[in-house]
Write a protein that binds this ligand. Structure first.
Ligand code: MG
Length: 392
């Protein structure tokens, strides 16, 4: 019988902020944007904020209405990624078969590793303790015979929970749960099911497979199985990242090409440092533009040799911007790198002095968890002096 473990950090970004800034502990912390942010959405919020009905993916403006005294933080993704990397390292000590499903969640296939522990309880406590000792953050852990059960279990006693569901307990444990607890059941499907008086997983079990398949197609078939706790999906160990990118939505649509160029330079700096931290080179550089009317384009260029310096990436990205900017204003700009390879030819094709400078910049920018050195192109241009009327 398979043993699958799901590890999920508790309100990850908000917990990192509360860990590093004691004055935020016990307070409703909402990460995702400034209070004034017009387009931001909540990416994580502390448990104190959840009491007010705030949840992730909610527009910041709505969170402000629900929780006016909340503490709104734009968030420091470089720091969260750093913490996530430390956690991932620990997770990999527990199993060779790990599937990361987001920055703060992973499945581990523990099948065959059980004998290393006194019990499944001991196994779950061990990973929670190792994570806490390393990063001073709590995780909730679920252990079950498959991914579906493990993920539901980690969610069962949050925060700082450990829930173990033995195969013979699965059916009874699932029975009273609301159907929208099932992966992939959104509001829409939940409504359809409710119209057939299906509200809990036990309700769902009363319907024959043909009925569900006829009405819901392939999803009906998987619902039939999941309702019985059957899930044959394997934990898929991660493959090398296939692409990397960063985009930003402006608070106000941008009509100034200088501002676009500067933003692009900043995005390139973020993606560049990520590439180099992973020792990867990219052969294809893409930019993405979304205009004020929401039309979105992306344009790519593939190079004969992979690159990973900010200068190289920026040069290509800027050329793509200049050639393909069809319209103004711009609402969103993004940069993506793909066709990644671990075998760069960097040193053969770039000036070694530039390489040293890049390394030094990366070192300082990483050490201080925030960019301390930027290139000129990343800085805002001074406003053009106001021109008076030329004397005639
Ligand atoms: Mg989480």
């Amino acid at each position: 019988m398979a043993v699958i473990m799901h590890v999920d950090m508790d309100s990850f970004f908000a917990s990192v902020e509360q860990r590093d800034r004691p004055e935020l502990r016990g307070k409703p912390v909402i990460v995702g944007g400034q209070r004034e942010s017009k387009r931001g959405v909540v990416s994580t919020c502390s448990y104190e904020a959840r009491k007010y009905g705030v949840h992730s993916a909610m527009p910041i403006a709505q969170a402000v209405r629900l929780c006016p005294h909340g503490i709104f933080i734009p968030g420091d993704h470089r720091k969260y990624e750093e913490v996530s990397r430390s956690i991932r390292k620990i997770i990999h000590e527990f199993s060779p078969v790990v599937e990361s499903i987001s920055i703060d969640e992973a499945f581990l296939d523990m099948t065959g590793c059980e004998h290393l522990y006194h019990s499944l309880e001991h196994m779950g406590q061990s990973i929670k303790r190792r994570i806490y000792d390393a990063v001073a953050l709590t995780a909730s852990v679920g252990i079950g015979p498959n991914k579906f059960i493990a993920k539901l279990a980690s969610d069962f006693h949050k925060p700082d929970g450990l829930t173990i569901i033995a195969p013979e307990e699965v059916e009874d444990w699932l029975a009273p749960m609301a159907v929208d607890k099932i992966w992939g059941i959104g509001e829409k499907t939940a409504k359809v099911l409710a119209s057939w008086q299906i509200r809990t997983i036990a309700d769902l079990r009363r319907w024959p497979q043909e009925f569900l398949t006829q009405r819901l197609g392939k999803q009906g078939e998987s619902l039939y199985l999941l309702a019985r706790g059957i899930d044959n999906r394997a934990v898929e160990p991660e493959t090398e990242a296939k692409s990397m990118g960063k985009e930003t939505t402006f608070a106000e649509d941008v009509t100034d090409i200088g501002k676009l160029r500067q933003t692009l330079a900043n995005l390139v700096a973020i993606v560049g440092i990520r590439l180099r931290q992973k020792d990867l080179w990219a052969r294809t550089i893409s930019i993405k533009l979304r205009y004020g009317d929401f039309t979105t384009i992306s344009r790519s260029l593939s190079l004969p040799e992979p690159i990973n310096s900010d200068d190289g990436i920026f040069q290509v990205a800027e050329a793509l911007l200049r050639e393909n900017l069809e319209d103004l204003p711009v609402r969103l700009i993004g940069i993506y790198v793909s066709q990644l390879t671990a075998f760069g030819q960097g040193s053969l094709f770039t000036d070694p002095r530039k390489e040293t400078l890049t390394e030094l910049m990366d070192e300082l920018n990483t050490r201080y968890d925030r960019p301390v050195i930027s290139k000129g192109r990343q800085l805002a241009l001074p406003k053009a002096p106001h021109k008076g009327k030329e004397p005639t």
